[in-house]
Design a protein around this ligand. Sequence first.
Ligand code: ADP
Ligand code: ASP
Ligand code: MG
Length: 873
Amino acid sequence: MSQKRLQPEIHKFGGASLADVAAFRHAIAIVKARPGQRVVVCSAPSGVTDALLGMARRARGGQEAGLAGESVALRRRYLTILQAIVPNKTARRAAADEIERSFDELDALLTSLLVLKELTPRTSDFIAARGERLSARLFAAGLEAAGEKSRYVDAVDVVITDGPYGGASPNLMLTDMASRKVLRPLLDRGVLPVVPGFLGAVPAAADDDDPGIVRPAATLGRGGTDLTATLVGRALGAQQVLLWKDVPGMLTADPRVVPHARIIPQLHIREAAELAYFGAKVLHPRALIPIAGRNIPVFVRPFADPSMVGTEISARRTLDRYPVKALSAMPGQALITVQGSGMLGVPGIAARTFAALFDEAISVSLISQSSSEQSICFSVPETAAKRARTRLTEEFREEIAREEIDNVEARTGLSTLAVVGLGMAGHPGIAARVFRALAEANVNIVAIAQGSSELNISFVVAQTDAAAAQRAVHDAFQLAKIGGGAAAGGDHVDVILLGFGQIGRTLAEMIAKNGGKTAGKSGKNGVGREGSGGGNGTSAARRGAKGVRIVGAIDRSGFVLEPDGFSARDVAALVALKKSGRGFAEAPGGRVARPADAIATLATHALSRPVLVDVTADETTPLVQAAIGSGMDVVLANKRPLSGAREAHAALHGLAEKQGQRILFEATVGAGLPILDTYKKLAESGDRVLKIEGCVSGTLGFLLSELGRGRSFSESLRRAMEKGFTEPDPRDDLSGADVGRKALILGRLLGFEGEPEEVQVESLVPAELQKLPLEAFLERLPELDAPWSAKVAAAKAKGAALRYIATVTKNKIAVGLRAVDGASPFAGLKGTDNQIVFTTSRYRENPLVVTGPGAGPAVTAAGVLNDILGLAG
Ligand code: ADP
Ligand code: ASP
Ligand code: MG
């Protein structure tokens, strides 16, 4: 178990996630619900930055009309949100004053711009900065009002840049130092810092006009709040950075262009960076630089549905089946071509070309040089095309005069498309597939470049073709099949155990014995040795090791997590801990959490194909639902989530279907026996199951076979209890409730639409004994001996035996005591064995029988493991 020092989470809320009162409330609730240390980074509410910059531009242009009104409207927007999230007037006074002061200042600035008619990048940034600053102040005040100790921390105290205004580059080292110095003491005191995004301090050297003054912040470029979040995450060694946005995650393409765009469950950090750089508007192009090489996963999370995991951006490589994972497009591009038959002999044309562009601060995004060296071609933003052309024409004036260079051409109205995926390097022919798809869609390619990194092919098309081109490529690589969460396709199945009783422990031991931490990774406990070599080296065991690992376990006190999988030694330590009466919260590295929060936290970890395995006997339906909602498959040994109210049961399956997750539950009936599997095979082969009858309680089976051998009831029950076949209170078995639940699960397979109350259950506990304390009940057991002996004798006299049987059809479910005659398959049943009899259209005369051990931790755990392996395969 990793024993990490406290690592905060960074929560960034984008503009859409802070758009209005409801969004603020939701965002505050998300932050409040998370355990542990947190830092919040805020964007301005959506539209605010555009509005502020637009006002500044209009003021500079002398257009006074509408400015005052717009300023008032924005001021009100902030005040309205503040009033709603901080109802107490005194509590909101400071933030309200700050809003008023900031907008008074804005009005003054606009007035002077109207006069000066000059807008420097510095002033523009100063104006825009209030968007995020006020937003963060509101958020901090809202958190306080919601009972969370919180503090506004200004961006200039946390992010330090090297300038320039208008698009400052962060200074990583200074930012690390400043962030740690300011934020750590707050976190250590349990205070939650709220920082405005998009901004950073400007060093004196970058601001040469007046070294004496208090320096305003510089902006980090549009969308820069993402960057603030990763900068803070890096400085604090965050556990993870969560970017809450109005999309379900990073998608395979811009959803506005490609309607079939899908959530990418996981992206390598280089892939995500490439997409951001090539125009995927969802991330700031430089947002991933601060965390390169750090083990800090970034999650793009859907603000609208916090139960979904969104997209993980990390150092893992998954989804190998998809050499191409996503597309992005940069619209508004121009292609500049420098060409001439005389270029061939002139050295340094390319170097001079790019030096000139660098000088003009024009960024080039795609370069291709024809092999004959007769032309150099590259794309620049359309807005810079004219400048680029003028500058290059000047640069090459002499060459043009000598006719070595014919001319410098600029073609506008283009889009640069990038096709991105790390797997491209290992898959030949990707470019050919791209171009075939484009040809079939009648899209003409203007220019092509393959990135040297081999994780990107980019090409230029006419802007009017861009949408068709993206759809064609998206289809060609079947990206619509990448699917949400479920198709995450990592090479492991990561098991999270809910419950650690007998079954849970047995299962954990089975899995850990065969695997544990992945071979090659030296876990701190040295389990790399145990996991990879040791005495378990059968090939089957090694397969098991590669396929399944236990990464988390949850009990009522909290949870433990080991992303590399628990080793056998880890499991033994956990078993010892539980045996000593302690919970996971007290384990080394364990965390205190309610099960729901534990699932939420585990769901945000970089797990591969996560499966929640419920081995409790509790009412866990909401937990199972949350697990499915956050992209986990589910394996149940617990019957309760499947045997509750009809609507809840339908909702669970409905959710699983919607999310593309699976629920397997073989172990709920007949432990490890293939009962549901048999049903499924019959149904799949076109047979119709008419009736299922069964002895599905090992406990009652044992009891009745002891009685049949002439033992008294009290003696038989005592033996069952001694052998650990019963629940602590044996009435839980004798009541028939457990068999009723199993019968309902079977009935629902056959289409039974009733409620649990409609299952007819015969209790073996007389009414007058049902409510007694356990002790008293056990004392009075001998009272039951005589009536039971009489029942057994009566059955015997008719050549019959007593069995507790579930009878299940589509329309009726009944469980109870039956006297079965010698010809019945149930008559020969021994001990704890279970037996299930399927009567089907094909097996009408000679029903199909499944018999075998149906109780006990080992066989139940084996049944669960079988389901888990089913998910792995
Ligand atoms: P934030 O609110 O955090 O600033 P943005 O608005 O910057 O979020 O990013 C989300 C937007 O990015 C979405 O509205 C979506 O239309 C756009 N987008 C473009 N390409 C993609 C993509 N590949 N995946 C997800 N969203 C994309
Ligand atoms: N508010 C800024 C923008 O709109 C920064 C951000 O939202 O990330 O670009
Ligand atoms: Mg953004």
